[in-house]
Design a protein around this ligand. Sequence first.
Ligand code: SAH
Ligand code: SF4
Ligand code: F3S
Length: 487
Amino acid sequence: MKILPEKTAEMSRLAQKIREHNEKAVGETGQPLTACVKTFGCQMNEHDSEKLKGMLKQMGYDIVPDYSITNFTLIPDVIVFNTCCVRENAEDKIFGQLGAVKGAKRIKPELIVAVCGCMTEQEWVVERIKKSYRHVDIVMGTGNTYRLPEYMAARIFDRRRMIGAEPEDSLPEGVPVSRDEKFKAYVTVMYGCDNFCSYCIVPYVRGRERSRLPDDIVKEVKELADGGTKEVMLLGQNVNSYGKGAEGDGTDFAGLIRRICRETDIKRIRFMTSHPKDLSPELIRAIAEEPKVCRQLHLPVQSGSTPELKRMNRKYTREQYLELVRKVYEAVPDITLSTDIMIGFPGETEEEFEDTLSLLEEVRFDAAFTFIYSKRQGTPAAARPDQVPSDVVNRRFARLTETQNRIGREKNEALVGKTLEVLVEGPSKTNAMRLTGRTEGNKIVNFEADAGCDGGSSKKLPEAGNIVRVKITGAETWSLEGVYYEE
Ligand code: SAH
Ligand code: SF4
Ligand code: F3S
């Protein structure tokens, strides 16, 4: 299943050919060619965008963050939509933006429009683009994004429209990556999902679970650390299933993490997502024992009601989840816990919803990502007759966010007075005199240097990429305030 090195080498050759073609065009006009990649989905999707940008750079395009559909000079030469379909509103938004790009193509006919990502793995989407979005040049699936140079070459040299590539369950090793951040990096450890939660489209659009080889992952983290990266986020829809396929050498996820700790100079390791049904005691131990593994865990619960969890096909009960959280807190008392929660799953009763609220109070998550159930064609839940009316869902959603916001703020307030290690990311967005960074628990801290006791001559702020100690002085719902003391 693994992509042979010659496959990626062939893509690099094609990218080079496009680059030469582009350089000639630039020579004639003096205008650099540009490309814009729009990301709509999760971290996995963001990381795929980094690969798309890496390949586009290899083809000689400058990457621009955004585009205009009316101003000729702000219309790039390539626009890629890296789509998500986990909820309906994401899909609606994408179709809207895709339609609008038609105008840009009228102004700049040579514009290449490509669509990839999870949405394009649905047949009806490909058909709709084929028929109603004739200005789209390229449609790729999630498994063959690495072939972008091939599709671009067909479009540029043969003027062919490339819609709906063959499905491919590949592991794209060696694809160039243009990373959005300097000191933090995403590293995919596995692709796909085999869990089939009854509401979720991901297993259908991302395919079966495939794990990368431990050696390939360790090598990537090593190279990142040697290049100045301080923190890696290991990605997979369910990282605890890492290594379960036939390809690996028996290394499980905890084993992989231990290897990364031992064999690389990376300073911080995070990972997501862990499915509660198979969070292993070994992994909890690794979080407790390995200083490089951040004491932070994202553990999506979805619901606090056992019958609702059963209908969701989550394969654990409320009690099992609570027991798991107890074990995690016992092993790592100061761990930062976050979760995903869904409201309005078909048949959700008031009592089931109350159970979810009470679970929030019991666990006291630092953060919860809350979602309203969205019907996804082809999933078992979509066929259920007992969909919850939207006014009921909205009322529940408001109560849920209110409860979690209060708890999140209280948890942050409990950190005031403590000194935490913060990875400095750069100047704060709202005030260039202040810095922003992330704690080990992945909380945002906005901080300034202590003015010192000499009457206010402010001390030098640490540079981005350093891990420094910051005293927490204030708390908001979503972030912390702090002061840095030079040591
Ligand atoms: N693999 C991850 C989740 C990926 S999707 C996990 O199991 O936790 C991220 C979140 O989107 C899910 O946790 C779920 O809360 C939400 N989600 C998935 N399908 C959804 C749907 N049909 N409607 C609303 N939210 C959904
Ligand atoms: Fe979707 Fe469930 Fe897989 Fe997560 S574990 S991606 S929610 S099917
Ligand atoms: Fe991610 Fe959306 Fe796909 S959440 S896996 S980009 S459907």
